[in-house]
Every structure is written in structure tokens, then in C-alpha cells.
Write a protein that binds this ligand. Sequence first.
Ligand code: FE2
Length: 285
Amino acid sequence: MNIHLEAVAPTFVARAQGIDLRDPPTSAQVEQIEDALAQYGVLIFPVQALDEIAQDRFIRCFGPGRNGTFKEAAGGNPNFIDVGTVDDQGAPIPRDSARWEYMLANRLWHTDGSFNERPIRITALLARELPPVPPPTQFADMRAAWEALGPARQAQLDGLRVVHSILRSREQTGMTPEKFDPQTLATHPPSVHPLVRTISRNGKKSLYLASHASHVEGWPVEEGRALITELIAFATQDQFVYSHPWKLHDFVMWDDRWTMHRATPYDGPHPRKMRQCAVFETEPV
Ligand SMILES: [Fe+2]
């Protein structure tokens, strides 16, 4: 059965209905979702109360997951990361803990895992428990931003390469290198990616930005950093941004190749439990 897609925002984001993600998707449904990700960037599947097995089975239809070494693995599955205010067992995460400090960078505009040589291609979040007024997650359309730059500016930018580092995003939230788990640092060296990416499925170009973006290869660091700051500010203007108002058991899936996202602050007393899973590129970008 075809998945019904309904556009949510002017340039990107769709609500996807007519599929129960607890059942294994057909290959036709997987292809339709890949097409929808290339067209809409962010897909909202409402009311999908997935257990761990179903969430893992669904996301693995789209490609490989983590290599099993990430220290934040949740639910006994290395492909899951829990983000929120409580841990896997429901205990509040201390605000002065390394884990909380690490998660603060989620509040910066980013694409997931861009510091990897093979970055994350798709991320999905399942809302497992929400406070009465859930904080929205915001998404930015870097394709619309690219198109709005115009041909002269595009020509200046196309071909530049950007160094991405897990340290760059964390230093912006005050986390110093010595606070990192040595294994995380050892397994996450900086990576270089093009500033402008082309989605092979439809040939459309987009900026590829993130808070992990440190500097431009071959440029003085501060000059490249200024360009990255300018482009992130440009790409996150109101006309390129969608804020998702979470409802319980929303399953939201997005294309990290041409959208950025950020968490909005929530420090209230009610538990917020989101389970993240991801799909990695199979080749360097
Ligand atoms: Fe993220």
C-alpha cells in the first residue's frame, strides 16, 4: 500500500500516513520513503508505538548502523542512543554530568555525525515519553537556503571543502577536550566533506553545514569559521525553518544530507525520553 504524504511546510517536511512501522516495510515502501526523504527531507510518522525490535528492524532497511563502539548505546542495542532528561532506567541525568554536557551540543544547529568520514545519512527519533508541553525540535532546509543564495554566490562556494570535528561543536558549549572519553576522541578524528552536496536520487544541490564544521580546508581557520557562521545564520532564517511540535509516539525521520536540526531547551521536571537511531553513509561523501 502506498504511503500517503502530506506537505507540512512550504519547502520541505511531510506527514507520512498509511503505514504501520511495527510491520516490516515492503521494498516498495522503503523506496517510497527514500524518494520522500530526497523530496521532503523530514518525514513525520504519527502514532508509531514502536518497540526496540520494530524500530531497529525498520531503520536497518535503509542501511548500516553504528559500529557498536559508541558509549551512549541504549536499550542494549548499539544502534540506539537515548536523548532526553532521564536515562534508560528512568533516572534523571545529572545536569553536571559529562553526558548532559555532551548533549548540550544538540541545541546547536547540526547534521548528525558529520565528523565521521562516512557521516550519518538518515536519523530517526521516537518520542517515547514527553512532558506536558514538549520542547519542539527545529529543522532547517539547506537546499532552499542554497537555492536562495543565487548563482554568483553559489559559484564562489561550490567546490570548497570543510573540516568537521566533534571537538568543534562541543567547544561552543564549553566542553573542553579533556572532558571527552578518550575512546570517543580516538574513534572520531576530524573528517573533510564538500560544502555543497548533491543528492544522487534527484540531482539537487544543497549546503552541507553543521556545528561540527570547524574550518574551510586550505583557508586560514578564522576566515573559514566566519564563512561557516555566516552560512549557518543564513540557512536558519525563519523561512527555511520548521519547528516540530512533538506528540507521543511520533516517529520523525530526516535526511542529514540536506537538513540541519537542533533541540530546543527543556530543563523541566517531567521526563522526556526520545530514542534515536541512524543510518550511515556506506562511502565517504
Ligand atoms: Fe542531532
